[in-house]
Ligand binder design. Structure first.
Ligand code: GLN
Length: 559
């Protein structure tokens, strides 16, 4: 029996296909969304797909990086702090991924060095090549086995030609050598249209392909990203000079909604072409999954029924580009629920510091149908956020606090309702008279020893909800699991007083010790709720998050 199942697995692994996605010319061309879209099409066509993100930096994970520079830190169920592309994979595929699906140069080297220290290389001289690429391959195969995958998508971060990702390309080359037809390369490249010439240029992509060739890799297809669709001439040029058949040059012009991309890819024949090239028997392009996706993608083009949402926080002075990256999951979660409710959510980023300088500005908040305060750290802009929450509470504006946004909700309530004027979180003022948000017991030692990497309360934890509460009604279940990323928590010494003053802790850890959700009853406020966890990490296009949906419904009512 055991033998048989082992054989089955061997069969399966030998049939598995590997699709590497690499970037050419510039970063930010949408490799992640491309990889996610390919994953989506193949999964809709009946393949079991998993996706891996490779980040070439030394950091062990994304948790120690500044989100305004590197984008959002996306937390997985198992607590891994990863790159925002992992969020794209989960959302497009509708699956939960694990730390096996994420690797960095730091992680790869760490494993090799650990193994060397444990004498696992049998006296060999451990070298950058081949041992580093072999470790990369081992990790890819592990993710494959965990997911029992038919197809593994592997996105190599960075751009071809960079020093940083060379060892990952080397791993890909070795895999191609060993598995030949099962390995497939997608190059996502950029075609500029210089203003003074007005013509789309293929030369940078030609150079990028040559650079990739120098790593021993020939792309099987080129996804040509540009402002506009590619014409035949450009396709011919790329085909001729980059050595790919003309129907393997896929035009991928800018789109209003990234959710149209899988649909556009199928229109370009990408699904059939990948299946044919790697010899995979796939279901038809139109199928149950693709129809559901199409319906959702269509809903993203809603033009009216606007709900105006203000997102208030610090860090908001860096321009829209960075912002949308730092809070990607929050933005997407709002959109999914908005679309599901037939609304078009519009987001306005407001720096809480504005309210500190000029409290009169708070009145501007009345323009919005709802306010969100997302997660954050440190003391900057905090007083302005507290003023915002007070304004939302007193003026019946729907308020949704995510993690820090929940802790600050509790502080606001303690200060203004319980009249504990000096209430604060230990994170901001350890000398405050009333520390209503305190450091978690198991965090004290870590902070003291400066063990800050991957050491917060991370990942999915169960919570139990109060029947009849806003949260309880929204989830339609009283037992939930949500992802966390924090070091501080509601101080239980103040719990009773806060409850007596009307605040409801409608979500608790199963042992009752940790407050996971705070809210005001619907009789007192249309929606005033905060979560210690990050609900945004579990929102999916085809499964919008119940709390975001409840919030949007409250915003629609306010309107
Ligand atoms: N700074 C807070 C804490 O560490 C909240 C963290 C967050 O919003 N993710 O507990």
């Amino acid at each position: 029996m055991k033998e048989l199942s082992k054989k089955k697995l061997e069969n399966k692994t030998s049939n598995c296909k590997y699709i590497f996605v690499v970037g050419g010319v510039i970063s930010g061309v949408g490799k992640g969304v491309t990889a996610s879209s390919i994953a989506r099409i193949l999964s809709d066509r009946g393949q079991r797909v998993t996706a891996i993100k490779i980040d070439p930096y030394i950091n062990i994970d994304a948790g120690t990086m500044n989100p305004t520079e590197h984008g959002e830190v996306f937390v997985l169920d198992d607590g891994d702090e990863t790159d925002q592309d992992m969020g794209n994979y989960e959302r497009f595929l509708g699956v939960d991924l694990s730390r096996a699906n994420y690797m960095t140069t730091g992680r790869v080297y760490q494993s090799v060095i650990e193994r060397e220290r444990n004498l696992e290389y049998n006296g060999a001289c451990v070298q950058v090549v081949p041992h580093i690429p072999l470790e990369v391959i081992r990790r890819i195969e592990k993710a494959r086995d965990n997911a029992n995958a038919d197809v593994v998508l592997i996105e190599i971060g960075g751009t071809v030609g960079e020093y940083e990702n060379i060892l990952f390309l080397e791993a890909a080359r070795i895999m191609k050598l060993r598995k030949s037809n099962s390995v497939f390369f997608v190059m996502v490249s950029y075609l500029p249209v210089p203003g003074n010439i007005g013509e789309m240029k293929t030369k940078p992509t030609q150079h990028a392909v040559r650079t990739l060739n120098a790593s021993g890799i020939q792309p099987d297809i080129i996804i040509a990203r540009s402002k506009m669709p590619l014409d035949e001439k450009r396709k011919e040029k790329l085909s001729m000079f980059c050595n790919v058949p003309i129907d393997h040059v896929i035009s991928a012009p800018d789109v209003d909604s990234i959710y149209d991309i899988p649909i556009n890819f199928e229109k370009e024949g990408l699904g059939d072409m990948i299946c044919d090239t790697v010899g995979m028997t796939c279901g038809p392009a139109v199928n149950e999954g693709s129809l559901k996706w199409k319906k959702f993608a269509h809903s993203t083009h809603v033009k009216n029924n606007e709900v105006k949402i203000a997102i208030v926080g610090k860090y908001f002075n860096t321009g829209d580009f960075t912002l949308s990256d730092s809070y990607l999951s929050v933005i997407e979660a709002i959109k999914y629920s908005g679309y599901a409710c037939g609304s078009k959510p519009t987001l306005t980023w407001i720096s809480s510091m504005d309210f500190e300088k000029d409290p009169n500005k708070l009145k501007e908040l009345s323009k919005y149908d709802g306010i969100i305060v997302p997660g954050g750290f440190g003391s900057r802009g905090i007083e302005g956020i507290l003023k915002t929450i007070e304004y939302a509470r007193k003026n019946n504006i729907p308020y949704f606090g995510l993690c820090y946004g929940m802790q600050l909700l509790v502080i606001e309530y303690a200060r203004n309702v319980l009249k504990l004027k000096d209430a604060n979180t230990r994170e901001v003022n350890p000398n405050a008279k009333d520390i209503v948000i305190d450091v978690m017991e198991d965090q004290k030692d870590k902070i003291e020893k400066k063990k800050m990497g991957g050491s917060m309360r991370l990942g999915a934890y169960q919570a139990v909800l109060k029947k009849g509460s806003i949260a309880g009604k929204a989830y339609k279940s009283l037992s939930i699991s949500e992802r966390h990323r924090h070091r501080y928590e509601v101080n239980n010494e103040y719990r009773e007083a806060l409850e007596e003053a009307g605040l409801v802790f409608s979500g608790l850890s199963p042992d009752g010790k940790l407050c996971e959700i705070a809210e005001l009853p619907e009789s007192k406020h249309p929606f005033f709720l905060g979560t210690q966890f990050h609900p945004e990490f579990k929102a999916r296009p085809l499964a919008p998050h119940p709390l975001f949906t409840a919030f949007i419904k409250a915003c629609q009512k306010k309107k």
